[in-house]
Ligand binder design. Structure first.
Ligand code: PEP
Ligand code: MG
Length: 872
């Protein structure tokens, strides 16, 4: 089996085998860009490595050696040779980019012998020994798992003893001394010497990178980004070029367009006389890329050309790592750049306008989960008072929370329901769980391409970084800004658009839709076939939904209308009623309230369908808790009052059920208490008449919940038709083309969908209940009690209440659609569970041939794009 490919053998299409980085390096080599030579060990090899119990496969060794020999021949250098040593980097490279999550080792091949050779060859002793000590440090950390802090302390001690502050001030002799210290450190913590044999170094490094696929941060990242664990990482072995050989050298990162705003201008940072990790790790704050124009004008021009070429080649904004070695430019890697939602849209729309891509490609590239970010909030400027500092605006949006100074606390406090801002001098991949928990991230060191910036942007969280005027003290859990101390737990606000750090909790304002989003949504609407409806329960939400492009309402949960305090009392009276007459009196009071709501909703959705679901939840949900009532009873000071509470207690006790979600709810309520549904239907049609008389086009679709047998729907449909006849009269009946349908949310309904379809004009899949009942997981308890364990142990790929379980629940949906349409080919079908706003679930709905998805108003733009992506 071929496990090793030289860069010259691969191309961009080999991503699954070579990983993103490897495929791109091969592609760049193929089109003649200045890429340092090397080879890639495949993801298949990584999978084989794990299969053979994390042991290096015997068959891989000769392939590795052969590739190395070819590299030696091409470079005219020899690995481990004292006079002309070849040095290589070993980097991970998964199929889907996972920035900073796995491991990298630079300068492999250095040892006590070759370091002298490198010094002689480059006539730069200081440089050679600096490289060597970096190797021991990285190798010790990655291969032997020695914590970085041990090395950092030795470096600090050295600088202290030399009386210097900056690494650049340390001379060759100092590095030599440090190398001895580092070797001792390795021996002490790893129980063995740092390997002097270059080939042994390489093998150990490759193994370590394979293993880093399963380190904790990589696993967390995969979980968040839904990357399969089975993929494995490729390993890239590349000959080293040096950005730290002197002042005609440097290294940097450049984005072909601004990843924050999308502006068409080079954006990035570089450091003169430095090695790659210095820029990314945010240890030294780098120069903006524009400065390169004056520092190295030729290199700048060349770099700008490379940027254009790569952007055209990949038809997307690129994130490029480059190194200048003695005045020669090398491209170390390129990948599609991470970007904010705002930038993503601008870049996509611009690239179409420039003729580089078309609308289909543009739509496909939109990361729908990030669109939420765009619909996120900014600051209410009139309330901004105390600006503590201004840092780099690394990821837009505004965030408020209490300051915390380490990732563990961030995660804990978030669990306890607090909103937190993670404040760190800089972040590393180890902090990822803290970033995940935080509303926003603030750092004092590192640039726009630092770890914190990249990760926050990727997650769509506001971030301010490189805020150097703030002194952050994580040990003592406080920071000092503008003479003010902010301690753990103090409120701060971040503005990721301007980089401001503000004291206190500043009120936030909702976001607005940009021109680019409007354009992208237009394209999405041209492409998609799935309609997008909204779940909305009141006129206000209906208006928002329509503004976001809803083409109807897929679910109006009428019970939500009863929870307003003034209505709840009437609702309770209705439930408490001891006779049908008494109940009727309460219902008469509720009717005009419902009618007013329906009128508002019909008006907002003029000309579009409005699906109204009749009462669904168990009635006890409208009554107070038993212990609350008992307390009230004790406090009562009159007999009359006591009687009243006792009465209510008896009622609550009589409504008690062991499994209320499987109990007296949904259509079962309508069957036992037809007068409730009767009132709701009457309110709907009275509202329809009132609206029609005002010239509003109404399309009510009345939906019966929790049907499990055709007979239930048959009976309730007759009720709807009967009330409609009474309320509408002949004239309105002609103009009011109402529909009656049902939710499919009980498995039996799906299984008998052909019989149910006889009485239904539409099916709406209530995938919340359908998931609950298909898995047998209580939707209110599962997530807190056991589902997280299932996800941690990977017994399930996703939370099935978030991402539709296509394998199981999906089968029921497919079956129901097929059976329903076998009887009624034109049967309208949709989904109105939470899954209606999830992109993978939307793709499933498209494939299954549903007519629409329905989701909450703020998710509508996302759903429109996801529906278009599913159609491409
Ligand atoms: C459902 O069950 O999917 C649904 C939309 O109804 P509810 O969440 O109100 O039970
Ligand atoms: Mg339901």
């Amino acid at each position: 089996e071929k496990w090793v490919y030289s860069f010259a053998e691969g191309n961009a299409n080999m991503k699954p085998l070579l990983g993103g980085k490897g495929a791109n390096l091969a592609e760049m080599t193929r089109v003649g860009l200045p890429v340092p030579q090397g080879f890639t060990i495949t993801t298949e090899a990584c999978r084989a490595f794990f299969k053979s119990g994390k042991r290096m496969m015997q068959e891989l060794k000769p392939q590795l050696l052969h590739a190395l020999e070819r590299l030696e021949a091409a470079k005219g250098q020899k690995f481990g040779d004292g006079s002309n040593p070849l040095l290589v980097s070993v980097r991970s490279g998964s199929v889907t980019s996972m920035p900073g999550m796995m491991d990298t080792i630079l300068n492999l091949g250095l040892n006590d012998n070759t370091v002298a050779g490198l010094a002689k060859l480059t006539r730069n002793e200081r440089f050679a020994y600096d490289c060597y000590r970096r190797l021991i440090q990285m190798f010790g950390n990655v291969v032997f798992g020695i914590e970085a802090i041990h090395f950092e302390q030795l470096l600090l001690r050295l600088k202290h003893s030399l009386g210097v502050k900056q690494d650049q001030e340390v001379a060759a002799e100092g590095w030599r001394q440090l190398i001895d210290d580092y070797k001792l450190c390795v021996k002490r913590h790893a129980g063995r010497d740092f390997p002097q044999d270059a080939h042994e170094q390489l093998e150990l490094a490759v193994e370590a990178v394979f293993k880093s696929w399963n380190n904790q941060r990589a696993q967390i990242y995969r979980k968040i980004n839904r990357i399969p664990d089975s993929q494995g990482t490729a390993v890239n072995v590349q000959s080293m070029v040096f950005g730290n050989m002197g002042d005609d050298c440097g290294t940097g990162v450049v984005f072909t367009r601004n990843p924050s705003t999308g502006e068409n201008a080079l954006f990035g940072e570089y450091l003169v006389n430095a090695q790659g990790e210095d820029v990314v790790a945010g240890v030294r704050t780098p120069q903006p890329i524009d400065r390169l124009k004056s520092d190295m004008p030729d290199i700048y021009d060349q770099l700008a050309r490379v940027c254009k070429q790569l952007e055209h080649h990949y038809k997307d904004m690129q994130d490029i790592e480059f190194t200048v070695e003695r005045g020669k430019l090398y491209v170390l890697q390129t990948r599609n750049g991470k970007r904010t939602a705002q930038a993503a849209l601008k870049i996509a729309v611009d690239l179409v306008a420039e003729g580089v891509t078309d609308k289909y490609e543009a739509l496909q590239k939109i990361e729908v989960s990030h669109l939420d970010q765009l619909l996120h909030r900014g600051l209410d400027e009139s309330k901004v008072t105390e600006v503590l500092a201004v840092g780099l605006p690394a990821s837009p949006g505004a965030a408020i929370g209490v300051a915390v100074f380490d990732a563990d606390t961030a995660a804990e406090w978030k669990k306890a329901g607090k909103r937190v801002i993670l404040v760190r001098p800089e972040t590393t991949p180890e902090d990822i769980h803290g970033v995940l928990a935080a509303e926003g991230v603030l750092t004092s060191r590192g640039g726009m391409t630092s770890h914190a910036a990249v990760v926050a942007r990727g997650m769509g969280k506001p971030c301010v970084c490189g805020c150097e005027s703030i002194r952050i003290d994580p040990q003592n859990k406080h920071m000092l800004a503008d003479g003010i101390t902010i301690a753990e737990g103090d409120w701060i606000t971040l503005d990721g658009v301007t980089g401001r750090v503000i004291r206190g909790a500043i009120p936030l304002q909702e976001a607005k839709v940009t021109d680019e989003l409007v354009r992208m949504l237009q394209w999405a609407d041209e492409v998609r076939t799935l309609r997008v409806y909204a779940n909305a329960d009141n006129p206000e939400d209906a208006r928002t939904a329509r503004a976001f492009g809803a083409e109807g309402i897929g679910l109006c949960r009428t019970e939500h209308m009863f929870f307003a305090p003034s209505r709840l009392a009437v609702m309770q009276k209705m439930i408490m009623a001891d006779s049908p007459e008494e109940r009727k009196k309460a219902l008469d009071q509720l009717l005009p309230m419902q009618q007013a709501d329906f009128e508002g909703i019909f008006e907002a959705m003029d000309g579009l369908p409005v699906t109204i679901r009749l009462l669904d939840p168990p009635l006890h949900e409208f009554l107070p808790q038993l212990d609350e009532l008992q307390h009230k009873l004790q406090q009562a000071d009159s007999d009359a009052e006591r009687q009243q509470w006792k009465h209510m207690i008896r009622k609550v006790q009589s409504l008690h059920e062991f499994n209320p979600m499987l109990g007296h709810r949904g259509c079962r309520l309508g069957i036992v208490y037809p007068e409730i549904y009767d009132m709701q239907i009457e309110a709907i049609f009275k509202a329809a008449v009132a609206c029609m008389d005002r010239g509003i086009a109404v399309l009510p679709e009345i939906m019966i919940p929790l049907v499990g047998d055709a007979s239930e729907l048959k009976m309730l449909r007759e009720l709807v038709d009967q009330v409609a006849d009474q309320v509408l009269g002949a004239d309105h009946r002609r103009d009011c083309k109402y529909k009656v349908g049902t939710m499919i949310e009980v498995p039996r309904a799906a299984l008998t969908a052909d019989r149910i379809a006889a009485h239904a004009d539409f099916f709406s899949f209530g995938t919340n209940d359908l998931t609950q009942m298909t898995f047998g997981y209580s939707r209110d308890d599962a997530e807190g009690k056991f589902l997280s364990h299932y996800l941690d142990k990977k017994l399930l790929p996703h939370n099935p209440f978030q991402v539709l379980d296509a394998e199981g629940v999906g089968q029921l949906i497919e079956l129901a659609v097929q059976k329903g349409r076998s009887l009624k080919p034109a049967l309208k079908t949709g989904i109105c569970g939470e899954h209606g706003g999830d992109k993978d679930s939307i793709a499933f709905c498209h494939q299954t041939g549903l007519d629409y998805v329905s989701c909450s108003p703020f998710r509508i733009p996302t759903a429109r794009i996801a529906a278009a992506q599913a159609a491409i």
